[in-house]
Design a protein around this ligand. Structure first.
Ligand SMILES: Nc1ncnc2c1ncn2[C@@H]1O[C@H](COP(=O)(O)OP(=O)(O)OP(=O)(O)O)[C@@H](O)[C@H]1O
Length: 291
C-alpha cells in the first residue's frame, strides 16, 4: 500500500502542493487527474523519491519511503528517460541491472517484455529510430523489467494509438491483478473512468475529490434526471421543482433534487417512456470538482 500523506511543496514562491493526501491499496488502479500545472508530476516525483517534499510523508507498506524502496518501484517519468542512441533491448536490460537484476535475468526479462509489447523485432534498433508511441512502449518495458512492487506512471497513455492504449491498459491490469498498486496520471478521463478502481482529482495543489467513480458520482451535488414523456403537451415541464438543462433525443434532462415530484408531473402529462437519474461522466464530475 502506498500512502501519500499531507505533501507540501513550493518552488520558490509558487505553491505546487498544498497538503496532498491519498492512499493506493495493493492491487488498486489509481487514476490521478487534474488540469495542467495542478501538481500531478510533483506529487509523483515525491512519491517516487526523486524529489523531496517540504512537508508530509510518503509511506510504502506502512513505513516511511526509504531510498532502497525506489529499486522496487517502476517509474515512467513525464520527461521520459531513454538513451536515444542505445539499442532498445540493451537499454531495457541495462535498466533491469540498475534495479539489481543479474545481467542474465535482466536480458531475459527485457526480451520477454519487448515480446509482450510487440517490439521484439525492434530489439536491435536505436530508441531514436522508433516512433514516439513505440518509444513509450520501451519506456513501459523499462518501468516493468525488474518486476516492480509499485508502478508510478506519469501520463503513460499520452500520444498512444488506440491499440497501444489497449496493450498498455492490459499490461497495467495484469500487474494490478498480481497485487501491484498502480498510480498513473492522465488527461484522458474516459479512459481513467473505464480502467481505474479509484480516482483522485487535484486542483491547484489540493486534492478536491478522491474515491471510486461511483463514490464521486454520489457526492456530486447536481443530479440530473432523464425523463421522456410520450404525447405530452408542450411545456408540461413548466413549474417543476428543478431546471431543464438539456435534451437527449426526445427526453428532457432536468436538474432537480425532487425526483418524486417530477415523476408525478410526468405521469400526469402522458406516458412515461423513460425515467431515471443520468449518471455523470468523469468529465462532468471533474468539471464540477475543479470549478
Ligand atoms: N522545477 C520547477 N520550478 C518551478 N515551478 C515548477 C517546477 N516544476 C513544477 N512547477 C510548477 O508547479 C506547479 C505544479 O506542476 P506539475 O508539473 O506538478 O503539474 P502537473 O499537474 O503535472 O501538470 P501537467 O498536467 O501540465 O503535466 C505548476 O504551477 C508548475 O509550473
Amino acid at each position: 500500500m502506498m500512502e501519500i500523506d499531507g505533501l507540501r511543496k513550493s518552488y520558490g514562491a509558487k505553491v505546487a502542493l498544498d497538503g496532498v493526501t491519498f492512499t493506493v491499496r495493493d492491487g488498486e488502479m489509481f487514476g490521478f487527474v487534474g488540469a495542467n500545472g495542478a501538481g500531478k508530476t510533483t506529487t509523483m516525483r515525491i512519491a517516487m523519491g526523486v524529489l523531496n517534499a517540504d512537508a508530509g510523508e510518503v509511506r510504502f507498506g506502512g513505513h516511511a519511503l526509504a531510498f532502497d524502496d525506489r529499486r522496487r518501484f517502476g517509474y515512467m517519468p513525464e520527461e521520459r528517460g531513454l538513451y536515444p542512441k542505445m539499442k532498445i533491448g540493451d537499454q531495457v536490460a541495462y535498466f533491469g541491472e540498475l534495479h539489481g537484476m543479474t545481467p542474465a535475468a535482466a536480458k531475459s526479462a527485457a526480451a520477454s517484455w519487448l515480446e509482450r509489447l510487440g517490439l521484439s523485432e525492434r530489439a536491435g534498433d536505436h530508441v531514436q529510430d522508433l516512433s514516439l508511441g513505440n518509444q513509450q512502449r520501451v519506456q513501459l518495458a523499462v518501468a516493468l523489467v525488474h518486476d516492480p512492487e509499485v508502478l508510478i506512471l506519469d501520463e503513460p497513455f499520452s500520444g498512444l494509438d488506440p491499440l497501444a492504449v489497449d496493450t498498455m491498459a492490459d499490461v497495467l491490469a495484469e500487474r494490478n491483478a498480481a497485487g501491484v498498486p498502480v498510480i498513473f496520471s492522465s488527461h484522458q478521463l474516459d479512459l481513467v473512468e473505464r480502467i481505474c478502481d479509484s480516482v483522485g482529482i487535484i486542483a491547484a495543489g489540493k486534492m478536491v475529490a478522491v474515491g471510486t467513480v461511483d463514490e464521486l458520482r454520489r457526492r456530486e451535488g447536481h443530479r440530473i434526471l432523464k425523463v421522456e414523456v410520450a404525447d405530452a403537451a408542450p411545456g408540461w415541464e413548466q413549474g417543476l421543482p428543478g431546471r431543464v438543462v438539456g435534451t437527449d433525443d426526445d427526453a428532457l434532462l432536468i436538474e432537480t433534487t425532487d425526483d418524486q415530484a417530477v415523476l408525478k408531473a410526468a405521469m400526469n402529462a402522458g406516458r412515461v417512456g423513460h425515467f431515471g437519474w443520468q449518471e455523470p461522466t468523469l468529465v462532468e464530475i471533474f468539471r464540477e470538482a475543479v470549478a
